[in-house]
Design a protein. Structure first.
Length: 344
């Protein structure tokens, strides 16, 4: 079960109270002890975090609740991971620390730098690792807002990325996002994160080798070094390849340097198979796009690697028992009905 440190809710109670609501019932209904909100030595499940942030946005009537909470966060919420990052010598080295050690803060979140086709630009990607999560725009915006705070700690208080990418539609006006992130907002995107100048990664940081090594030594004792299963790695690659219509067993096996039969044997050892992985990734992506974005059904069919929209429609009928258009209407009206935690 993916968990995250209690510091992910640092300032939650104060913000909710400031906005005129009572934080304790919201926390308890989400299965969180009020005293655990803001504590580094407490762990919360992602289901609880999502539930409390969405309910807080509703209770306070603030669709920007996640962004507001992020303003109260800084690199210090990451604990030793933050210390190791800010003493790494450069922004690029700091993100290497995040990619390697963020599991000490959250077992369900990754942050990494992805190269873009134009090497002048890079993408800071945030990804929640748990599949089939319920609708979580507040959690996404909290993560993006907190990442912006970290970028500004590393690159200067006035730092502005080139664009922010959100995997859901706007919760408030576009101008709100432009003002908050100081860059172009892009909604309904395949992934969450920021486009930045690659040159920003060369920005120097304080190079405190003694503190840096001490933090790495500690993190090496607490981080889970268990390699992710092959199914997890195949899911990630399939997600990237679906829009290119090339998420096939031979192509994916080749990416791992394996014969297709060898990859199938590895997946079978984890109780899965290639077709089941592709189907489940498509199901998860379909759910998210229909629930959280306004992307057209024809475009969505292409994103899922279907040559025809009719095939996508039949898949939705098989997965959810309804057509894509009806599902979108149903989930937009009552998000709680989304079958997020119940894979077919």
């Amino acid at each position: 079960m993916a968990v995250i440190r209690g510091t992910s809710l640092l300032g939650f109670a104060e913000l909710v109270a400031q906005l005129g609501a009572d934080p304790d019932p919201l926390l308890r209904r989400a299965g969180i002890a009020p005293d655990d909100a803001g504590r580094f030595d407490a762990f919360l499940t992602y289901a609880s975090l999502i539930r409390v942030l969405e309910s807080a946005a509703e209770a306070t009537d603030r669709a920007d609740f996640g962004r507001l909470l992020a303003q109260r966060h800084g690199i210090e919420i990451l604990g030793p991971v933050g210390v190791a990052a800010r003493t790494a010598g450069s922004v690029a080295a700091a993100f290497t620390i995040f990619e390697k050690y963020l599991g000490a803060y959250s077992s369900g979140l990754t942050a990494r730098i992805q190269p873009l086709p134009d090497d002048r630009f890079s993408f800071v990607e945030l990804r929640l690792l748990t599949p089939h999560l319920p609708a979580h725009p507040q959690t996404t915006e909290l993560s993006l807002g907190a990442t912006l705070q970290v970028l500004r700690f590393l690159l200067g208080a006035g730092y502005a990325p080139l664009s922010v990418h959100l995997p859901h539609e706007a919760l408030t006006s576009r101008d709100d996002y432009l003002h908050y992130f100081s860059c172009t907002p892009r909604f309904g995107e395949p992934r969450a994160g920021f486009t930045i100048l690659t040159a920003d990664l060369d920005h120097p940081l304080v190079d405190d080798e003694h503190t840096h090594r001490a933090m790495l030594g500690y993190l090496d004792t607490v981080i889970d070094r268990t390699a992710p299963g092959v199914t997890t790695s195949v899911r990630e690659l399939v997600r990237q390849l679906l829009p290119t219509m090339s998420a096939t067993l031979p192509v994916v096996a080749d990416q791992f340097g394996l014969h297709p039969k060898a990859l199938q044997r590895l997946l079978a050892g984890e109780g899965s198979n290639f077709l089941a992985v592709v189907d489940d990734v498509r199901r998860e992506m379909a759910q998210r796009y229909l629930r959280d974005t306004d992307v057209t059904l024809s475009h969505l069919a292409h994103e899922l690697g279907y040559a025809e929209q009719s095939v996508f429609s039949r898949s939705c009928q098989r997965w959810f028992g309804s057509s894509p258009a009806r599902l979108r209407k149903q989930w937009r009206t009552t998000p709680a009905l989304s079958p997020a935690d119940h894979p077919a």
